[in-house]
Design a protein around this ligand. Sequence first.
Ligand SMILES: Cc1cc2nc3c(=O)[nH]c(=O)nc-3n(C[C@H](O)[C@H](O)[C@H](O)COP(=O)(O)O)c2cc1C
Length: 218
Amino acid sequence: MEGKNVIVGASGSVAAIRVPLLVDKIIEKGAKVKVLATDRAKFFLEKERKFADGVEVLDDEKEWLMWEKLGDEVLHIELRRWADAFVIAPLSANTLAKLANGLCDNALTCTARAWDPSKAPLIVAPAMNTVMWEHPLTSRQTNSVETFGVQIVSPTSKKLACGDVGIGSMATPDTIVETLEIELLANSRKKRKTIDSDEVSLEPDGSLKRQTRTAGNS
Ligand SMILES: Cc1cc2nc3c(=O)[nH]c(=O)nc-3n(C[C@H](O)[C@H](O)[C@H](O)COP(=O)(O)O)c2cc1C
């Protein structure tokens, strides 16, 4: 992941307390990370140890403060341009429902809405109570986001923070990082293939000209 830029989006599951560890593990692999938190995620992040030096934590307040006039940057679009991958971990039931239905009422969901998963990986790691996970709405919504290319890192089964035992615990940071590495690699190969198979056009003078098209996420 050397040289890659990754957004770690955190939504309001208690599993957000594991975000600093996830970020550390992504940085260890050589990537740069920016954290994008929902207001509810911030509640949990503030209870946890701090992020490594230099890790920027972005939120709705930052998104609105940085825009004053036409020509100013729009955070969710700039993030999309900056990043090679977007990992939403944890993904709350609420934010899953928003993603599945196209709602974008905060910086995290706007970034996801402005993201093209066919060009750069969008990976989500749901975390919620077992009954929430097993509710029929959840599979409907996970199936829906998968149809447009979102990669789901399934939750695991254990004693949850609420005391219930069952599926719903966020996948481990190691599993999420492993998925991220696989998806980034697959994406680089896809881009390489696109570049390799670019058209070679015949110029008016009879020479062949290679088009250089890139497949970035912008
Ligand atoms: C202590 C506490 C723990 C919570 N844990 C979860 C959770 O693990 N998963 C989940 O989907 N929602 C959980 N919620 C509910 C969400 O925080 C709530 O639905 C919130 O609106 C999510 O907002 P967001 O998706 O914008 O971050 C929890 C709420 C509280 C008060």
